[in-house]
Design a protein. Structure first.
Length: 66
């Protein structure tokens, strides 16, 4: 996999290291980025499931009230 070098504020990286409990700056930032991506995928899955359920409700014929 290709690697990318990014410059970050040292205080930001230290905060990430403390919150994640990881001793390596590289590993800590990578962990946060992977978590962010995973959360995005979970959100997309929940949103898609809700949209599918709404389509099923909207697609059903409605009873006429008389």
């Amino acid at each position: 996999m290709a690697k990318v070098t990014v410059s970050l504020d040292a205080e930001l990286v230290v905060e990430v290291m403390v919150l994640s409990g990881v001793g390596s700056p590289q590993d800590a930032v990578e962990l946060v980025v992977r978590d962010y991506i995973a959360r995005g995928h979970r959100t997309e899955a929940r949103t898609a499931a809700r949209d599918d359920a709404l389509r099923e409700v909207d697609g059903k014929p409605r009873d006429t009230q008389g």
